[in-house]
Design a binder for this molecule. Sequence first.
Ligand SMILES: C[S@@+](CC[C@H](N)C(=O)[O-])C[C@H]1O[C@@H](n2cnc3c(N)ncnc32)[C@H](O)[C@@H]1O
Length: 205
Amino acid sequence: MTEEEAQAWLHAEYDVSRETWQRLETFIALLRDEMQRQNLISQASADSLWARHIVDSAQLLRYAPAPETGQTWLDLGTGAGFPGIIIAILTPYHVHMVESRKRRVEFLSHVVDQTGIGDHANVIGDRLENVESFPADVISARAFAPLERLIALSHRFSTENTVWLLPKGKNAVRELKGLSPKRQKMFHVEHSLTDPNAGILVGKG
Ligand SMILES: C[S@@+](CC[C@H](N)C(=O)[O-])C[C@H]1O[C@@H](n2cnc3c(N)ncnc32)[C@H](O)[C@@H]1O
């Protein structure tokens, strides 16, 4: 997917308003600026930011319930803002972004402030292990932890209706097979739009 195709896909898929597009542009400008000070994404992927990070994050919405105001989305290890910031810019989900590294927390908080999404997005600057449980409608985690550890750390935020959205790259099927049969049944694999070899684990429960 080229950068032009990625932008066209976003417009076609989400009918993005001028204000929302401006918020995406503001985030990108802040990210590019911050990359001069801290290592947030690889330089190679920075050259194809729209495809490799923005659409790669936004495509998760295809498997999420239609957002209603007040529904909660928990993003684990948001790092440079993916997918948490993108979801908060594109939807009314209340997005809780958990991130433990101080400088990344400061960056994410600055992005929330500058893009004007603070009414439905917040950064929890702590290790997930220390965060008090709350029920999440959606849990996402991109490049956060191996699947078994990820679930062990975060299942306390899930209910029987929670939707799990876990981009897992080329290892999706292998990681899924490593789970107990009961846990395996929770998930199926969807193909990533941005990389035909990558899988997204979509689960419920
Ligand atoms: C490889 S980065 C991925 C960042 C982002 N999700 C992405 O896809 O670009 C993983 C992030 O998870 C954070 N992290 C790792 N373990 C964590 C934990 N136990 N609690 C909170 N954040 C954690 C790291 O600080 C890092 O920013």
